[in-house]
Design a protein around this ligand. Structure first.
Ligand code: ME8
Length: 644
């Protein structure tokens, strides 16, 4: 079975930042991992170059649109080359072959009756390249996703019958609970579909920068909607609509996206594929959002961090390691130089780098750099068993995109190695004339490093090649089989000296991000609010609504034995939904004070355990030097009434 891995194609309205780099790093790591395992693998990335947003950016830069797109697309390509991203194809949506494929798909959907012509009147957000019904707008005017002003557009348009696929999509999600990874994210997708899907306008007449209609339509007024055009890149890259040369890679094994574009990939894209009668991707992997020093990155704030700048200062592969180690897949992450430096110094330099230096040093002193595994099993059975346990636990973690766990687990190998050195103290054994034992420990470490470098290779390809070179082998599918699957030991060899792989970092190597001054929104005209939102790291309205706040009635309140602070409450949120909430409010309320009263509840909080008791939500409270009080509705409201 072959593996097909994709990144989103990036808009060419600005240069790449570390958020883009993160998606690409994960995809590259997975592709390299699959290749290492000997899978036939195809890895696609590229740029998304059509649509009004790009047209407007080119105009702002006083450049012809194609020239502007060429320039920015080239910056992405050369950045990925700097990072040694091993893509098999870099697609551009302005490629002729892509356009042919999109037209072919459009014709196929039309022939099937899934595309029809009508009029569209709606509110269009250029930034999101999306229409919104009036009911979804904020203050009747602003985009619910990004907060920018929308424009009223009335256009003749071709529509895709998205509504027809509502039930099929829901059934598909039910049957494939791991279609979206992490699995928890499928709920927001399902809720969106359950809310009702409207047919999707898939052409535009208000601008021209897009894929033209197929000739057979003789309808030059229209160009394709950028999301239809863009999503189809995943199959046109394989030759769809043209020579179909690589279509046997389809369906994709994993399509990586940021959580911002999950809806497009988990709803529109599968519906398009159903219409084209093509299989659906195995997984859509939606990762979280990166901030810098806790703040959203934006050009206006001047805190966007260029991957190349970080790579030049700290090392390209160190950055890959940091980003993949720092964040559980799916969760948001923060780029801070201090956290980065900590990981370089403690994990890369101390745990890994030192281990290699130590065996180079010891083998130099004890055996003229000769390393022989002959006695390892005799003296280090315990360590070998543990090592093999770690190695066997890794595959499932990578297959589930848990790169942080994968690396955490892999690092246990270095702990095993360092502990063995401390316990066996080869320098003491040499003094005691137990040279065999001393050399066995050195060889154990060499074997640990060999296996670790094979498994770390997808994350740090060049660094691990250097380690493997020092250990006299090459990292490829053969060595994967030999060391990881068959668990063979290294043949006798002479270790090479290598300069320290991870020099310690003692200070910040790039200037810190400028910090935003606190600002008041109170008197700001509406149209400037979005700009301020970016500048001040304010959240968008949609982010606020990610929190489900509801009115709840406290129907039971109990003291928690031995706890000075906690009360155990049962809170009724209506429709037989009673949540247990363990709240730290005992110093301020008695159980009688609370019984039958109402409070505001954060209803979609992940359950947590407090003193061994499950707590499924949180009560809103305000606390100052005079104490704490609950935040409550002014009048009695039905349990479960949403707040917002
Ligand atoms: O959406 N943190 O392109 P785009 C994490 N062209 N990831 C981030 C990020 C951040 N701060 N910022 C961007 C588009 N990304 C469309 C895609 S696909 C058919 C069309 C990453 O240039 C993340 O993967 O806005 C996000 O989904 C992608 O860049 C969006 O890039």
């Amino acid at each position: 079975m072959s593996k097909y891995i994709t990144t989103p194609i990036y808009y060419v309205n600005g240069e790449a930042h570390i958020g883009h780099a993160y998606t690409t790093f994960i995809a590259d790591t997975i592709a390299r991992y699959e290749r290492l395992k000997g899978e036939r693998t195809y890895f696609l990335t590229g740029t998304d170059e059509h649509g009004q947003k790009i047209e407007e950016s080119a105009q702002k830069n006083n450049k012809p649109t194609q020239e502007f797109a060429n320039e920015i697309s080239a910056t992405f390509k050369s950045l990925w080359d700097e990072f040694d991203i091993g893509y098999d194809k870099f697609i551009r949506t302005t490629d002729e072959d892509h356009k042919i494929g999109v037209q072919k798909a459009f014709e196929t959907m039309y022939a099937k009756g899934d595309i029809y012509k009508d009029f569209y009147e709606g509110h269009y957000c250029v930034s999101c390249e999306t229409f919104f019904p009036e009911t979804q707008l904020i203050d009747g005017e602003f985009c619910p996703d990004c907060g920018r002003t929308t424009n009223v557009v009335k256009e003749e348009s071709y529509f895709f019958r998205l509504s027809k696929y509502e039930d099929k999509l829901l059934a598909y999600y039910e049957d494939h609970p791991d279609f979206v990874l992490p699995r928890s994210r499928i709920n927001e997708v399902k809720n969106f579909v359950k809310g009702g899907l409207r047919d999707l306008s898939v052409t535009r007449t208000s601008f021209t920068w897009g894929v033209k209609m197929p000739k057979s339509f003789d309808d030059d007024k229209h160009v394709m909607y950028v999301w239809l055009d863009a999503l189809l890149n995943y199959i046109t890259a394989l030759g769809y609509g043209k020579d179909e040369a690589n279509m046997d890679y389809w369906p994709a094994s994993i399509q990586l996206v940021g959580k911002d574009i999950l809806r497009f990939h988990a709803i529109y894209w599968p519906a398009f594929l159903m219409s084209l009668e093509l299989p659906l991707p195995k997984h859509i992997g939606a990762h979280g959002w990166w901030t810098r020093d806790g703040e959203k990155m934006s050009k206006s704030k001047g805190n966007v961090i260029a991957p190349k700048e970080v790579a030049d200062a700290y090392g390209a592969e160190n950055l890959r390691y940091f980003m993949l180690r720092e964040v559980p897949f799916g969760q948001d992450g923060d780029f801070s130089q201090r956290a980065f430096i900590d990981r370089i110094n403690s994990e890369l330099s101390n745990d890994l780098g030192n281990l290699l230096n130590r065996i180079i040093g010891m083998s130099g002193k004890y055996s003229e750099f000769n390393i022989n595994s002959v006695d390892v099993l005799k003296y280090h059975k315990k360590e070998l068993t543990k090592m093999n346990e770690v190695l066997d636990s890794l595959d499932v973690l990578m297959e589930n995109l848990q790169t942080h766990r994968y690396l955490e687990e892999l690092w246990k190998l270095f702990a095993i190695g360092n502990k063995a050195i401390e316990e066996h103290a080869p320098w003491v054994k040499m003094k005691e004339n137990k040279k065999d034992e001393a050399l066995a420990t050195v060889a154990l470490i060499a074997n640990i490093l060999a296996r670790a470098s094979v498994m770390l290779h997808p994350v740090m390809p060049n660094t691990t090649n250097t380690i493997a070179d020092a250990l006299n082998f090459e990292i490829n599918n053969n060595s994967y089989k030999k060391f990881i699957l068959d668990k063979n030991m290294l043949e006798p060899f002479v270790i090479k000296k290598v300069p320290p792989l991870f020099p310690r970092v003692e200070e910040l190597l790039i200037p810190e991000a400028p910090r935003a001054e606190p600002n008041s929104l109170k008197d700001t005209p509406k149209e400037n609010k979005q700009v301020l939102a970016e500048e001040d790291n304010l959240i968008e309205i949609g982010q606020f609504f990610e929190t489900s706040l509801q009115v709840g009635t406290i129907v039971e309140a109990l003291e928690v034995p031995k706890s000075k602070k906690l009360l155990k409450l049962q809170v009724d949120l209506g429709e037989e939904n009673v949540k247990q909430i363990v709240a730290g409010i005992k110093e301020f309320y008695t159980t009688e004070d609370l019984l039958g009263t109402q409070a505001c509840v954060v209803a979609n909080l992940k359950p947590a355990k407090l003193m061994g008791m499950l707590s499924e939500g949180m009560l809103l409270a305000a606390k100052d030097e005079d104490g704490l009080c609950l935040v409550r509705p002014e009048k009695f409201k039905k349990p479960g009434t949403p707040i917002g």
